[in-house]
Design a protein around this ligand. Structure first.
Ligand code: NAP
Length: 477
Protein backbone atom coordinates (compact mmCIF):
# COMPACT_ATOMS: atom_id res chain seq x y z
CA UNK A 1 0.00 0.00 0.00
CA UNK A 2 1.46 3.33 -1.04
CA UNK A 3 0.55 6.48 0.87
CA UNK A 4 1.15 10.06 -0.26
CA UNK A 5 1.25 12.66 2.51
CA UNK A 6 0.99 16.29 1.47
CA UNK A 7 2.75 18.67 3.87
CA UNK A 8 5.46 18.17 6.48
CA UNK A 9 4.07 20.23 9.33
CA UNK A 10 2.73 18.90 12.64
CA UNK A 11 0.08 16.81 10.81
CA UNK A 12 2.13 15.35 7.97
CA UNK A 13 4.99 14.43 10.27
CA UNK A 14 2.60 12.79 12.73
CA UNK A 15 1.09 10.69 9.91
CA UNK A 16 4.53 9.68 8.65
CA UNK A 17 5.70 8.76 12.15
CA UNK A 18 2.63 6.61 12.78
CA UNK A 19 3.06 4.80 9.46
CA UNK A 20 6.75 4.26 10.13
CA UNK A 21 6.00 2.89 13.59
CA UNK A 22 3.35 0.55 12.12
CA UNK A 23 5.95 -0.81 9.72
CA UNK A 24 4.35 0.79 6.65
CA UNK A 25 7.37 2.26 4.97
CA UNK A 26 5.85 2.83 1.53
CA UNK A 27 4.91 6.47 1.93
CA UNK A 28 6.18 9.74 0.52
CA UNK A 29 5.80 13.12 2.18
CA UNK A 30 5.60 15.96 -0.32
CA UNK A 31 6.59 19.33 1.06
CA UNK A 32 6.51 22.44 -1.09
CA UNK A 33 8.99 24.35 1.06
CA UNK A 34 12.66 23.72 1.71
CA UNK A 35 12.21 22.35 5.24
CA UNK A 36 9.81 20.66 7.61
CA UNK A 37 7.68 22.53 10.14
CA UNK A 38 4.74 23.94 8.19
CA UNK A 39 3.37 26.99 9.95
CA UNK A 40 6.33 26.88 12.36
CA UNK A 41 8.72 27.27 9.46
CA UNK A 42 6.67 29.95 7.68
CA UNK A 43 5.97 32.19 10.66
CA UNK A 44 9.38 33.40 11.74
CA UNK A 45 8.36 36.95 12.64
CA UNK A 46 9.89 38.40 15.82
CA UNK A 47 8.04 37.06 18.85
CA UNK A 48 6.31 34.22 16.96
CA UNK A 49 5.22 31.52 19.35
CA UNK A 50 2.33 29.39 20.38
CA UNK A 51 -0.18 30.57 22.96
CA UNK A 52 -0.96 27.00 23.98
CA UNK A 53 1.75 25.72 26.36
CA UNK A 54 4.14 23.40 24.51
CA UNK A 55 3.85 20.63 27.07
CA UNK A 56 0.40 20.20 25.52
CA UNK A 57 1.13 21.60 22.05
CA UNK A 58 3.39 18.65 21.18
CA UNK A 59 2.93 14.99 20.31
CA UNK A 60 1.60 12.77 23.10
CA UNK A 61 4.14 10.12 22.08
CA UNK A 62 7.09 12.52 22.13
CA UNK A 63 6.95 14.36 25.40
CA UNK A 64 9.81 16.73 25.70
CA UNK A 65 11.44 17.81 28.94
CA UNK A 66 13.57 20.53 27.39
CA UNK A 67 11.05 23.29 26.69
CA UNK A 68 12.75 26.36 28.10
CA UNK A 69 9.49 28.08 28.97
CA UNK A 70 5.78 27.52 29.30
CA UNK A 71 5.13 29.21 25.94
CA UNK A 72 8.23 28.63 23.83
CA UNK A 73 8.85 30.66 20.70
CA UNK A 74 8.95 29.52 17.08
CA UNK A 75 12.63 28.43 16.90
CA UNK A 76 12.10 25.94 19.76
CA UNK A 77 8.90 24.52 18.25
CA UNK A 78 10.56 24.20 14.84
CA UNK A 79 13.59 22.49 16.46
CA UNK A 80 11.20 20.04 18.18
CA UNK A 81 9.64 19.12 14.82
CA UNK A 82 13.05 18.76 13.20
CA UNK A 83 14.11 16.53 16.09
CA UNK A 84 10.99 14.37 15.60
CA UNK A 85 11.65 14.01 11.85
CA UNK A 86 15.09 12.60 12.67
CA UNK A 87 14.29 10.60 15.77
CA UNK A 88 11.44 8.73 14.07
CA UNK A 89 13.45 8.33 10.85
CA UNK A 90 10.87 9.86 8.55
CA UNK A 91 13.15 12.46 7.00
CA UNK A 92 14.43 10.21 4.18
CA UNK A 93 10.86 9.91 2.90
CA UNK A 94 10.26 13.67 2.80
CA UNK A 95 10.62 15.31 -0.60
CA UNK A 96 11.31 18.97 0.00
CA UNK A 97 10.72 21.71 -2.56
CA UNK A 98 8.14 19.49 -4.22
CA UNK A 99 4.71 21.02 -4.54
CA UNK A 100 1.72 18.84 -5.31
CA UNK A 101 -0.30 20.54 -8.02
CA UNK A 102 -3.02 17.97 -8.53
CA UNK A 103 -4.32 14.63 -7.31
CA UNK A 104 -6.80 12.60 -9.36
CA UNK A 105 -8.57 9.36 -8.41
CA UNK A 106 -8.69 7.07 -11.42
CA UNK A 107 -11.20 4.58 -9.99
CA UNK A 108 -8.57 2.51 -8.15
CA UNK A 109 -5.64 4.71 -7.25
CA UNK A 110 -4.60 8.30 -6.83
CA UNK A 111 -2.41 9.93 -9.45
CA UNK A 112 -0.43 12.59 -7.65
CA UNK A 113 1.26 15.20 -9.80
CA UNK A 114 4.13 17.47 -8.81
CA UNK A 115 6.50 19.54 -10.91
CA UNK A 116 8.59 16.38 -11.22
CA UNK A 117 5.87 14.21 -12.75
CA UNK A 118 3.03 11.91 -11.70
CA UNK A 119 3.18 9.06 -9.20
CA UNK A 120 0.59 6.50 -8.21
CA UNK A 121 -0.66 5.99 -4.64
CA UNK A 122 -3.40 3.97 -2.96
CA UNK A 123 -4.05 6.58 -0.31
CA UNK A 124 -3.60 10.35 -0.08
CA UNK A 125 -3.38 12.11 3.28
CA UNK A 126 -3.59 15.86 2.90
CA UNK A 127 -2.06 17.84 5.72
CA UNK A 128 -1.72 21.30 4.28
CA UNK A 129 -3.02 23.23 7.28
CA UNK A 130 -5.71 25.86 7.53
CA UNK A 131 -3.37 28.81 7.88
CA UNK A 132 -0.73 28.31 5.23
CA UNK A 133 -1.59 30.80 2.48
CA UNK A 134 -1.15 34.45 3.45
CA UNK A 135 -4.09 36.70 2.79
CA UNK A 136 -3.28 40.15 1.46
CA UNK A 137 -6.04 42.72 1.90
CA UNK A 138 -7.99 43.98 -1.04
CA UNK A 139 -7.06 47.63 -0.62
CA UNK A 140 -6.65 49.74 -3.70
CA UNK A 141 -3.20 51.04 -4.51
CA UNK A 142 -1.34 48.22 -2.78
CA UNK A 143 1.04 47.88 -5.74
CA UNK A 144 1.84 51.58 -5.75
CA UNK A 145 3.61 51.64 -2.37
CA UNK A 146 7.19 52.80 -2.89
CA UNK A 147 8.63 51.36 0.34
CA UNK A 148 9.15 47.80 1.54
CA UNK A 149 6.05 45.69 2.19
CA UNK A 150 5.69 42.13 3.39
CA UNK A 151 3.28 39.75 5.15
CA UNK A 152 3.84 38.64 8.74
CA UNK A 153 4.00 35.00 7.59
CA UNK A 154 6.72 35.91 5.04
CA UNK A 155 8.80 38.14 7.28
CA UNK A 156 11.54 40.04 5.48
CA UNK A 157 14.50 39.41 7.78
CA UNK A 158 16.81 41.37 5.47
CA UNK A 159 14.91 44.57 6.11
CA UNK A 160 16.17 46.29 9.26
CA UNK A 161 13.30 48.11 10.97
CA UNK A 162 15.52 50.29 13.13
CA UNK A 163 14.50 53.93 12.85
CA UNK A 164 11.77 53.25 10.29
CA UNK A 165 8.25 54.57 9.99
CA UNK A 166 6.19 51.40 9.95
CA UNK A 167 2.52 50.75 9.22
CA UNK A 168 1.05 47.49 10.50
CA UNK A 169 -2.28 46.47 9.01
CA UNK A 170 -4.15 44.06 11.25
CA UNK A 171 -4.19 43.37 14.98
CA UNK A 172 -4.76 39.61 15.36
CA UNK A 173 -2.59 37.08 17.18
CA UNK A 174 0.34 37.55 14.78
CA UNK A 175 0.39 41.36 15.04
CA UNK A 176 0.01 41.14 18.83
CA UNK A 177 3.17 39.06 19.01
CA UNK A 178 5.49 41.07 16.77
CA UNK A 179 4.32 44.62 17.59
CA UNK A 180 5.92 44.57 21.09
CA UNK A 181 9.18 43.34 19.51
CA UNK A 182 9.42 45.97 16.77
CA UNK A 183 8.00 48.93 18.71
CA UNK A 184 11.29 49.68 20.54
CA UNK A 185 13.22 49.66 17.24
CA UNK A 186 11.11 51.82 15.01
CA UNK A 187 10.85 55.57 14.90
CA UNK A 188 7.09 55.47 14.53
CA UNK A 189 4.47 52.74 14.30
CA UNK A 190 0.92 53.10 13.01
CA UNK A 191 -1.26 50.11 13.87
CA UNK A 192 -4.30 50.03 11.58
CA UNK A 193 -7.09 48.35 13.50
CA UNK A 194 -10.33 47.53 11.71
CA UNK A 195 -11.88 45.58 14.60
CA UNK A 196 -10.57 45.39 18.17
CA UNK A 197 -9.87 41.94 19.61
CA UNK A 198 -10.40 40.56 23.06
CA UNK A 199 -7.02 40.06 24.72
CA UNK A 200 -6.24 37.99 27.81
CA UNK A 201 -2.88 37.76 29.59
CA UNK A 202 -0.36 35.05 28.74
CA UNK A 203 0.95 33.55 31.97
CA UNK A 204 4.38 32.81 30.56
CA UNK A 205 7.46 31.92 32.61
CA UNK A 206 10.80 30.24 32.03
CA UNK A 207 11.47 26.78 33.41
CA UNK A 208 14.53 26.90 35.63
CA UNK A 209 17.05 24.05 35.82
CA UNK A 210 15.18 22.45 38.76
CA UNK A 211 11.87 22.32 36.84
CA UNK A 212 13.60 20.95 33.74
CA UNK A 213 15.33 18.28 35.80
CA UNK A 214 12.05 17.39 37.47
CA UNK A 215 10.33 17.06 34.09
CA UNK A 216 13.15 14.78 33.02
CA UNK A 217 13.38 12.64 36.14
CA UNK A 218 10.07 12.55 37.99
CA UNK A 219 7.99 9.76 36.51
CA UNK A 220 4.59 10.95 35.31
CA UNK A 221 5.27 14.65 35.94
CA UNK A 222 5.18 15.69 32.28
CA UNK A 223 2.06 13.64 31.72
CA UNK A 224 0.34 15.18 34.73
CA UNK A 225 1.31 18.72 33.69
CA UNK A 226 0.08 18.09 30.16
CA UNK A 227 -3.18 16.68 31.49
CA UNK A 228 -3.67 19.68 33.75
CA UNK A 229 -3.28 22.15 30.86
CA UNK A 230 -5.64 20.07 28.74
CA UNK A 231 -8.29 19.88 31.44
CA UNK A 232 -8.10 23.58 32.16
CA UNK A 233 -8.62 24.39 28.45
CA UNK A 234 -11.43 21.90 28.15
CA UNK A 235 -13.11 22.63 31.45
CA UNK A 236 -12.84 26.43 31.51
CA UNK A 237 -12.20 27.83 28.03
CA UNK A 238 -14.49 25.54 26.04
CA UNK A 239 -17.61 26.42 28.09
CA UNK A 240 -16.89 30.11 27.37
CA UNK A 241 -16.96 29.46 23.62
CA UNK A 242 -20.18 27.48 24.09
CA UNK A 243 -21.59 30.58 25.84
CA UNK A 244 -21.75 28.70 29.11
CA UNK A 245 -20.75 29.38 32.70
CA UNK A 246 -17.24 30.75 32.05
CA UNK A 247 -18.15 33.27 29.29
CA UNK A 248 -18.70 36.09 31.80
CA UNK A 249 -15.53 35.17 33.64
CA UNK A 250 -13.46 35.31 30.45
CA UNK A 251 -14.95 38.68 29.51
CA UNK A 252 -14.15 40.02 32.98
CA UNK A 253 -10.61 38.75 32.68
CA UNK A 254 -10.15 40.43 29.28
CA UNK A 255 -11.64 43.72 30.46
CA UNK A 256 -9.52 43.60 33.62
CA UNK A 257 -6.43 43.05 31.49
CA UNK A 258 -7.32 46.03 29.30
CA UNK A 259 -7.91 48.29 32.32
CA UNK A 260 -4.73 47.16 34.02
CA UNK A 261 -2.58 47.83 30.95
CA UNK A 262 -4.17 50.84 29.23
CA UNK A 263 -4.67 53.93 31.38
CA UNK A 264 -5.97 56.22 28.62
CA UNK A 265 -9.76 55.82 28.58
CA UNK A 266 -10.10 57.03 24.98
CA UNK A 267 -7.63 54.39 23.76
CA UNK A 268 -9.31 51.80 25.98
CA UNK A 269 -12.64 52.53 24.33
CA UNK A 270 -11.14 52.01 20.89
CA UNK A 271 -9.62 48.71 22.01
CA UNK A 272 -12.88 47.36 23.45
CA UNK A 273 -14.70 44.91 21.17
CA UNK A 274 -18.47 45.06 20.74
CA UNK A 275 -18.92 41.30 20.22
CA UNK A 276 -18.77 38.46 22.77
CA UNK A 277 -15.40 37.05 23.85
CA UNK A 278 -14.35 34.15 21.64
CA UNK A 279 -16.43 35.13 18.60
CA UNK A 280 -13.09 35.88 16.95
CA UNK A 281 -9.95 34.12 18.14
CA UNK A 282 -9.02 35.56 21.55
CA UNK A 283 -5.53 37.07 21.55
CA UNK A 284 -3.44 35.71 24.41
CA UNK A 285 -0.65 38.15 25.07
CA UNK A 286 0.68 40.29 27.91
CA UNK A 287 2.95 42.61 25.92
CA UNK A 288 0.57 43.81 23.19
CA UNK A 289 -1.41 46.49 25.05
CA UNK A 290 1.64 48.05 26.73
CA UNK A 291 3.30 48.40 23.30
CA UNK A 292 0.22 50.22 21.98
CA UNK A 293 0.51 52.82 24.75
CA UNK A 294 4.08 53.86 23.86
CA UNK A 295 4.60 57.41 22.56
CA UNK A 296 5.86 56.24 19.16
CA UNK A 297 2.70 54.18 18.47
CA UNK A 298 -0.68 55.27 17.12
CA UNK A 299 -3.66 52.96 16.96
CA UNK A 300 -5.46 54.12 13.84
CA UNK A 301 -9.12 53.18 13.62
CA UNK A 302 -10.11 55.36 10.65
CA UNK A 303 -10.89 52.99 7.78
CA UNK A 304 -8.13 52.63 5.20
CA UNK A 305 -9.13 54.32 1.93
CA UNK A 306 -6.14 53.27 -0.15
CA UNK A 307 -2.44 52.71 -0.16
CA UNK A 308 -0.33 55.27 -1.94
CA UNK A 309 3.35 55.43 -2.85
CA UNK A 310 4.00 57.23 0.45
CA UNK A 311 1.92 55.27 2.91
CA UNK A 312 -1.59 54.48 4.05
CA UNK A 313 -4.44 56.89 3.37
CA UNK A 314 -7.51 57.31 5.56
CA UNK A 315 -10.17 60.04 5.55
CA UNK A 316 -7.77 62.03 7.76
CA UNK A 317 -5.01 62.00 5.15
CA UNK A 318 -1.94 59.92 4.33
CA UNK A 319 0.05 58.39 7.19
CA UNK A 320 3.51 58.16 5.75
CA UNK A 321 5.44 54.94 6.06
CA UNK A 322 8.58 53.42 4.60
CA UNK A 323 7.51 49.89 5.56
CA UNK A 324 4.09 48.20 5.52
CA UNK A 325 3.61 44.91 7.34
CA UNK A 326 0.48 43.00 6.44
CA UNK A 327 -0.64 41.09 9.52
CA UNK A 328 -3.82 40.27 7.67
CA UNK A 329 -4.06 36.55 8.29
CA UNK A 330 -4.62 33.66 5.93
CA UNK A 331 -6.96 32.36 3.22
CA UNK A 332 -8.34 30.02 5.83
CA UNK A 333 -11.57 28.87 4.21
CA UNK A 334 -9.90 27.78 0.95
CA UNK A 335 -9.05 24.34 2.29
CA UNK A 336 -6.58 22.34 0.16
CA UNK A 337 -6.43 24.96 -2.56
CA UNK A 338 -4.70 25.46 -4.94
CA UNK A 339 -4.19 21.70 -5.30
CA UNK A 340 -6.68 20.42 -7.89
CA UNK A 341 -8.32 17.31 -6.40
CA UNK A 342 -10.45 15.21 -8.73
CA UNK A 343 -12.58 12.37 -7.35
CA UNK A 344 -15.05 9.82 -8.67
CA UNK A 345 -16.56 10.64 -12.05
CA UNK A 346 -14.11 13.51 -12.55
CA UNK A 347 -15.66 15.57 -9.71
CA UNK A 348 -13.65 18.57 -8.69
CA UNK A 349 -13.26 19.10 -4.95
CA UNK A 350 -13.26 22.88 -5.39
CA UNK A 351 -16.61 22.58 -7.17
CA UNK A 352 -18.04 20.20 -4.53
CA UNK A 353 -16.98 22.66 -1.84
CA UNK A 354 -18.15 25.82 -3.60
CA UNK A 355 -20.54 26.65 -0.72
CA UNK A 356 -17.93 25.87 1.91
CA UNK A 357 -15.61 22.98 2.75
CA UNK A 358 -16.98 20.03 4.70
CA UNK A 359 -15.79 16.55 5.60
CA UNK A 360 -17.03 13.68 7.72
CA UNK A 361 -15.26 14.01 11.09
CA UNK A 362 -13.30 16.69 9.24
CA UNK A 363 -11.40 13.78 7.68
CA UNK A 364 -13.18 12.14 4.72
CA UNK A 365 -15.15 13.50 1.78
CA UNK A 366 -17.90 11.77 -0.26
CA UNK A 367 -16.78 11.00 -3.82
CA UNK A 368 -13.12 11.11 -2.83
CA UNK A 369 -12.19 7.53 -1.86
CA UNK A 370 -9.02 6.90 0.10
CA UNK A 371 -8.47 10.63 0.62
CA UNK A 372 -7.97 11.65 4.26
CA UNK A 373 -7.61 15.16 5.60
CA UNK A 374 -5.69 16.21 8.68
CA UNK A 375 -6.74 19.52 10.28
CA UNK A 376 -9.56 19.57 7.73
CA UNK A 377 -12.90 21.42 7.82
CA UNK A 378 -14.45 21.99 11.26
CA UNK A 379 -11.48 20.71 13.23
CA UNK A 380 -9.89 23.99 14.28
CA UNK A 381 -10.08 24.99 17.95
CA UNK A 382 -10.23 28.31 19.69
CA UNK A 383 -9.33 26.87 23.08
CA UNK A 384 -7.08 23.82 22.96
CA UNK A 385 -4.21 22.13 21.11
CA UNK A 386 -4.59 21.33 17.41
CA UNK A 387 -1.95 18.63 17.87
CA UNK A 388 -4.52 16.74 19.97
CA UNK A 389 -6.99 16.90 17.06
CA UNK A 390 -4.32 15.82 14.57
CA UNK A 391 -3.48 12.77 16.66
CA UNK A 392 -7.17 11.79 16.75
CA UNK A 393 -7.30 12.11 12.95
CA UNK A 394 -4.14 10.12 12.38
CA UNK A 395 -5.47 7.37 14.61
CA UNK A 396 -8.67 7.30 12.53
CA UNK A 397 -6.69 7.03 9.29
CA UNK A 398 -4.64 4.20 10.76
CA UNK A 399 -7.87 2.38 11.70
CA UNK A 400 -9.17 2.73 8.13
CA UNK A 401 -6.03 1.45 6.41
CA UNK A 402 -6.55 -2.29 7.10
CA UNK A 403 -10.11 -2.07 5.68
CA UNK A 404 -9.12 -0.46 2.45
CA UNK A 405 -6.09 -2.63 2.10
CA UNK A 406 -8.32 -5.70 2.38
CA UNK A 407 -11.34 -4.49 0.43
CA UNK A 408 -10.19 -1.82 -1.98
CA UNK A 409 -10.86 1.93 -1.98
CA UNK A 410 -13.37 3.15 0.59
CA UNK A 411 -15.34 6.35 0.80
CA UNK A 412 -17.64 7.98 3.29
CA UNK A 413 -21.33 7.34 2.59
CA UNK A 414 -23.31 10.45 1.57
CA UNK A 415 -25.88 9.59 4.31
CA UNK A 416 -23.13 9.62 6.94
CA UNK A 417 -21.95 12.99 5.63
CA UNK A 418 -25.51 14.36 5.70
CA UNK A 419 -26.03 13.19 9.28
CA UNK A 420 -22.69 14.70 10.27
CA UNK A 421 -23.61 18.00 8.63
CA UNK A 422 -26.83 18.08 10.67
CA UNK A 423 -25.03 17.30 13.93
CA UNK A 424 -22.45 19.99 13.26
CA UNK A 425 -25.11 22.58 12.46
CA UNK A 426 -27.02 21.76 15.66
CA UNK A 427 -23.86 21.95 17.79
CA UNK A 428 -22.82 25.17 16.05
CA UNK A 429 -25.95 26.95 17.27
CA UNK A 430 -24.76 27.19 20.84
CA UNK A 431 -21.29 28.41 19.89
CA UNK A 432 -20.26 32.05 20.07
CA UNK A 433 -18.77 32.26 16.55
CA UNK A 434 -21.96 33.39 14.86
CA UNK A 435 -22.64 36.01 17.44
CA UNK A 436 -21.93 39.36 15.83
CA UNK A 437 -18.49 39.19 14.27
CA UNK A 438 -16.68 38.19 11.09
CA UNK A 439 -13.60 36.01 11.45
CA UNK A 440 -11.30 33.61 9.67
CA UNK A 441 -13.41 30.79 11.12
CA UNK A 442 -16.10 31.28 8.48
CA UNK A 443 -16.82 31.95 4.85
CA UNK A 444 -17.84 35.36 3.57
CA UNK A 445 -21.44 34.05 3.64
CA UNK A 446 -21.11 33.35 7.36
CA UNK A 447 -20.84 29.55 7.43
CA UNK A 448 -18.36 28.34 10.07
CA UNK A 449 -16.21 25.92 8.08
CA UNK A 450 -13.13 25.92 10.25
CA UNK A 451 -14.05 25.27 13.86
CA UNK A 452 -14.99 22.18 15.81
CA UNK A 453 -18.09 23.03 17.84
CA UNK A 454 -17.82 20.41 20.59
CA UNK A 455 -15.49 19.47 23.39
CA UNK A 456 -12.31 17.76 22.17
CA UNK A 457 -13.13 14.80 24.43
CA UNK A 458 -16.16 14.19 22.17
CA UNK A 459 -14.01 14.46 19.04
CA UNK A 460 -11.63 11.89 20.47
CA UNK A 461 -14.52 9.53 21.17
CA UNK A 462 -16.05 9.96 17.71
CA UNK A 463 -12.79 9.46 15.85
CA UNK A 464 -11.97 6.40 17.96
CA UNK A 465 -15.11 4.56 16.79
CA UNK A 466 -14.49 1.72 14.36
CA UNK A 467 -14.63 3.46 10.95
CA UNK A 468 -17.44 1.31 9.56
CA UNK A 469 -20.41 1.70 9.00
CA UNK A 470 -19.98 5.32 7.86
CA UNK A 471 -17.88 4.04 4.96
CA UNK A 472 -18.51 1.88 1.92
CA UNK A 473 -16.32 0.20 -0.59
CA UNK A 474 -16.15 2.24 -3.76
CA UNK A 475 -18.25 0.42 -6.34
CA UNK A 476 -16.44 1.72 -9.38
CA UNK A 477 -13.21 0.19 -8.16
P1 NAP B 1 -6.08 37.10 11.79
O1 NAP B 1 -6.39 36.70 13.17
O2 NAP B 1 -6.94 36.60 10.69
O3 NAP B 1 -6.00 38.67 11.77
C1 NAP B 1 -5.98 39.40 10.60
C2 NAP B 1 -6.05 40.87 10.93
O4 NAP B 1 -5.96 41.61 9.73
C3 NAP B 1 -7.34 41.27 11.61
O5 NAP B 1 -7.07 42.23 12.57
C4 NAP B 1 -8.16 41.82 10.44
O6 NAP B 1 -9.14 42.74 10.82
C5 NAP B 1 -7.07 42.51 9.67
N1 NAP B 1 -7.43 42.73 8.28
C6 NAP B 1 -7.63 41.81 7.32
N2 NAP B 1 -7.96 42.41 6.16
C7 NAP B 1 -7.98 43.74 6.40
C8 NAP B 1 -8.25 44.88 5.62
N3 NAP B 1 -8.61 44.78 4.31
N4 NAP B 1 -8.17 46.09 6.20
C9 NAP B 1 -7.83 46.20 7.49
N5 NAP B 1 -7.55 45.17 8.29
C10 NAP B 1 -7.63 43.95 7.74
O7 NAP B 1 -4.58 36.65 11.38
P2 NAP B 1 -3.32 36.32 12.31
O8 NAP B 1 -3.11 37.36 13.33
O9 NAP B 1 -2.20 36.01 11.41
O10 NAP B 1 -3.76 35.04 13.09
C11 NAP B 1 -4.40 33.94 12.44
C12 NAP B 1 -4.57 32.82 13.42
O11 NAP B 1 -3.34 32.12 13.53
C13 NAP B 1 -4.90 33.22 14.84
O12 NAP B 1 -6.24 33.52 15.03
C14 NAP B 1 -4.45 32.01 15.61
O13 NAP B 1 -5.39 30.98 15.54
C15 NAP B 1 -3.21 31.62 14.82
N6 NAP B 1 -2.04 32.27 15.46
C16 NAP B 1 -1.75 31.92 16.73
C17 NAP B 1 -0.71 32.53 17.36
C18 NAP B 1 -0.42 32.17 18.75
O14 NAP B 1 -0.49 31.04 19.13
N7 NAP B 1 -0.12 33.13 19.55
C19 NAP B 1 0.05 33.50 16.73
C20 NAP B 1 -0.27 33.83 15.43
C21 NAP B 1 -1.33 33.22 14.80
P3 NAP B 1 -10.64 42.25 11.16
O15 NAP B 1 -10.55 41.63 12.53
O16 NAP B 1 -11.44 43.47 11.11
O17 NAP B 1 -11.02 41.25 10.11
Amino acid sequence: MRVAIIGAGFGGLCMAIRLERAGIGSYTVYEKAGGVGGTWRDNSYPGAGCDIPSHLYSYSFEKYASWTRRYPEQPEILAYLDMCADKYRVRPKIRLNTEVVSAAFDGRRWQVTTGEGTEEFDVVVSSVGQLNRPSYPEISGIESFAGVAFHSARWNHDHDLTGRRVAVIGNGSSAAQFIPRIQPLVEHLDVFQRTPNWVIPKPDSAFGPAATLAFRLVPGLQRAYREWIYRYAEGTLYPALAQGWSAGMLRKRALGHLHAQVADSELRARLTPDFPVGCKRVVIDSAFYPALTRPNVDVVTDPIARITAKGVETAEGVREADTIIYATGFRSTEFLRPIAFTGLGGRSLAEQWKDGAEAYLGITVPNFPNLFLLYGPNTNLGHNSIVFMIECQVRHVMACLPYLERNGPMEVRPEAMAAWRGQLAAAMERMVWNNGCQSWYKTAEGRVTNNWPGPTTLYRRLTALPPLPAYRITSSA
